[in-house]
Write a protein that binds this ligand. Structure first.
Ligand code: ZN
Length: 133
């Protein structure tokens, strides 16, 4: 069995608990529309806000990314592909009208939750004022 690489990190769980405690409701591991096998970590489907919390190693955090020395070339290619996929997913979601919020797993869950909550609130205010554009 291969391990899921990007799912249920401690950081993501902590953020989810904070959002839930703040009264926000969201979907977890929500499929990216039109992109089979890709998932949004935390999705606010009504507001179309996608929250992605990226693991520092697998997604190449500039502060913590390391390339293993054994099989260095293989790892470099693998991690570069992951990052290219991340960019592709972000661009796709934006093109579909989503707001994409990406965070690193090393960021403080409290700060992440505050920023997500603010974005959801902003989007709801906009929607009650009527359609944008
Ligand atoms: Zn990091």
């Amino acid at each position: 069995m291969s391990r899921q690489v990007s799912k249920d990190t401690g950081a993501e769980l902590a953020v989810r608990q904070l959002l839930h405690a703040a009264g926000l409701r969201y979907r977890v591991e929500y499929p990216v529309p039109g992109m089979p096998r890709r998932r949004i970590d935390i999705a606010f489907t009504g507001a179309k806000i996608a929250v992605l919390i990226d693991g520092c190693f697998w997604h190449g955090c500039p502060q913590h990314a390391t390339y293993p020395k054994a099989n260095a070339e293989w790892w470099r290619q693998k991690l570069d592909r992951n990052m290219a996929r991340d960019r592709e997913t972000t661009e796709h979601l934006i093109a579909e009208g989503w707001t994409v919020l990406r965070f690193w797993e090393h960021e403080a869950p409290e700060e992440v939750a505050v920023r997500v909550g603010a974005a959801v609130e902003r989007r709801q205010t906009e929607r009650t004022r009527g359609r944008r554009e």
